[in-house]
Design a protein around this ligand. Structure first.
Ligand code: MD3
Ligand code: FE
Length: 221
């Protein structure tokens, strides 16, 4: 380890085995950050999904998204033929979205802090499920009322290749591999970058099976 590397870890909790990689001016990958939280995260995830199961949504253009989605927190992200929006209720059942489990909130806040964003208060967690072949095309996250807060993304299960683009669709993207337990945080000047996920490759994850699950925490309102 050189002195620069040591400085990088000077502020981190000693028990949190995590490496921080900077991928943009205000964007970081926190390798393995979610791993120590996993045994609390998974039961909480099961409870959310029991109340609001995964479903595949349709875009305004009429395409069925390959990733299946659910949400928890005050606001859930949905799309249908009439557009994209955050809603307080699950349109499948008309029930309020399940509350955000405390362990979700605490993990998102801890990861944001690790990336330099203090006081992150997410009010929305979109949960994406990818099976092999599923992908997410290049897009910007801009349905939120303000872009002041960062976005925190937790990856579980099968690995994925993120596309980390620029501020216009045609800008060159960098490819960032993400693995089980990694967290990506982006905000500030990087908040409106285009991004996407390449098709997930076949595989079996020892804990999650043949899928990738991603939590995307946002301050929607
Ligand atoms: C931000 N989800 O739900 S999040 C979404 O893995 C979404 O399910 C993806 O995009 C997923 O809106 C990716 C992580 C991510 C990756 C690359 C980015 C966020 C990024 C590049 C620039 C800005
Ligand atoms: Fe996105």
């Amino acid at each position: 380890m050189n002195p620069t590397t040591l400085d990088l870890f000077a502020d981190s909790e000693p028990e949190q085995q995590s490496r921080r990689e900077q991928i943009g001016e205000q964007s970081y990958v926190l390798r393995g950050f979610a791993l120590p939280w996993l045994e609390r995260l998974l039961p909480a995830l099961e409870a959310v999904l029991a109340a609001a199961p995964f479903r595949q949504m349709v875009t305004p253009g009429g395409f069925t998204m390959s990733a299946a989605m659910s949400s928890c927190g005050t606001w859930g992200w949905t799309t249908d033929r009439s557009g994209y929006r955050y809603t307080r209720h699950d349109p499948r059942t008309d029930a309020p979205w399940p509350e955000m489990p405390p362990v979700f909130f605490e993990l998102a806040q801890a990861a944001a802090l690790e990336a330099g964003f203090a006081d992150f208060v997410p009010d929305s967690c979109l949960i994406n499920r990818y099976i092999p072949g599923a992908k997410m095309s290049l897009h910007q996250d801009k349905d939120e009322a303000s872009y002041a807060a960062p976005i925190v993304s937790v990856s579980l299960g099968l690995p994925a290749m993120f596309l980390f683009g620029g501020f216009e669709r045609g800008d060159k993207s960098q490819r960032v591999p993400v693995f089980h337990g990694d967290i990506v945080v982006w905000g500030g000047v990087d908040r409106l970058r285009y991004h996407g996920v390449l098709p997930i490759k076949e595989g079996q994850h020892p804990r999650l099976g043949e899928q990738r699950i991603n939590f995307t925490f946002r301050t929607a309102q």
